[in-house]
Design a protein around this ligand. Structure first.
Ligand code: ADP
Length: 326
């Protein structure tokens, strides 16, 4: 029989995302409210293996709802990808008196969480990633903030693009998913979004840009999702420039600014609701699921489904980019 849960640990893992702190706060405060002992584990699975943890009280999470990053720090842990590391992680939970664990992170973190679950530690996941690349949830904690950061940056680039009558390729994050690229393209009125889910034909893209300039547009912005397979914005700009040297094409890679900053109200509310739901899930006898949101309602998503990356991109949204930027 499973041990009764009295003490719950919480950790943040993988890439940081705005709203992780709001999630930690909600997990800790709801847990304490429900009578659990709450333990914060620092530096993800690394900290778990090293026993870097501390007891959290109501005041441990004061004034963090507005802060980006994560007060628990985050890290990547190669050892945790090995069977020995996972065995050691489960043993460490028992040694530290942690009966159950809330993991806030992305798909890699859930692969680790599944391994701990197989070793008898009840696990609940919260989707903390700017990429929105997890299955079974309409959104992830940090996605809305990153989207807004991109929109602010692209609006500024548009000023320069218009003044100099230039073409800009702007590379955004996304980790093999095109959500940030596609929705930032809609929100900024960009001319095109290049996403990993769809093949890109350079001629078609160039024709689209050409068409815009011919119709007296004085600038063009193409949002490109990062993509190690194709080389992202830099490689695409090179290909376009080679075939169409008449363009004054520039590349901007937004990089890590997309991961930081104070979370938007949308992310704070999402993180607060999901954090509460994580504790409720344990009380509801749920085990080894990620908390998701679908049509505004909290849902439980098995880790296997969450890590499948098969949410799919809505083709209509891509068409919308084209139609609205004619
Ligand atoms: P994210 O959670 O944002 O996707 P990573 O992919 O870097 O970030 O994963 C975070 C951590 O989760 C890794 O450093 C590692 O400790 C653990 N992890 C990732 N993949 C696995 C795996 N296949 N098995 C066990 N643990 C994993």
């Amino acid at each position: 029989m499973e041990k009764q849960i009295k003490t719950i640990g919480v950790l943040t893992s993988g890439g940081d995302a705005p709203g992780m702190n709001a999630a930690v706060r909600a997990v800790v405060r709801t847990g304490l409210h429900k009578g659990f002992r709450m333990i914060g584990i620092q530096r993800g699975y690394n900290g778990l293996l090293n026993g870097e943890c501390f007891e959290m009280n109501l005041r441990s999470v004061s004034n963090i709802i507005s802060a980006g990053g994560t007060i628990l720090y985050t890290a990547r842990c190669l050892e945790f990808k090995t069977k020995e590391g996972q065995d050691r992680g489960a043993a460490k939970c028992r040694e530290l008196g942690i009966d159950a664990l809330v993991v806030i992170g992305g798909d890699g973190s859930y692969r680790g969480a599944r391994e701990l679950a197989h070793r008898g530690i009840p696990m609940i996941g919260l989707p903390g990633t700017i990429d929105n690349d997890l299955g079974g949830t309409d959104s992830t904690i940090g996605y809305d903030t990153a989207l807004n950061t991109i929109v602010e940056a692209v609006d500024k680039l548009r000023d320069t693009a218009s003044s100099h009558e230039r073409l800009f390729f702007v590379e955004v994050m996304g980790h093999t998913a095109g959500y940030l690229a596609m929705n930032s393209a809609i929100a900024t009125g960009s001319e095109a979004a290049i996403i990993p889910e769809m093949e890109t034909e350079v001629d078609q893209l160039a024709e689209l840009i050409n068409h815009g300039f011919r119709k007296s547009k004085n600038s063009a912005i193409v949002i490109v999702a990062e993509n190690p397979k194709t080389g992202g914005a830099t490689a695409l700009a090179e290909r376009v420039k080679k075939e169409f040297p008449q363009y004054d094409a520039r590349v901007t890679i937004l990089g890590h600014i997309q991961r930081g900053g104070s979370p938007t109200a949308v992310d704070r509310i999402l993180a607060s609701r999901m954090g509460e739901a994580a504790i409720e899930a344990f009380l509801d006898e749920q085990r080894n699921v990620m908390i998701g949101i679908q049509n505004g309602k909290i849902v439980y998503v098995p880790f296997a489904k969450a890590t499948m990356h098969n949410k799919g991109i809505d083709r209509n949204s891509l068409d919308l980019v084209k139609i609205l930027s004619i």
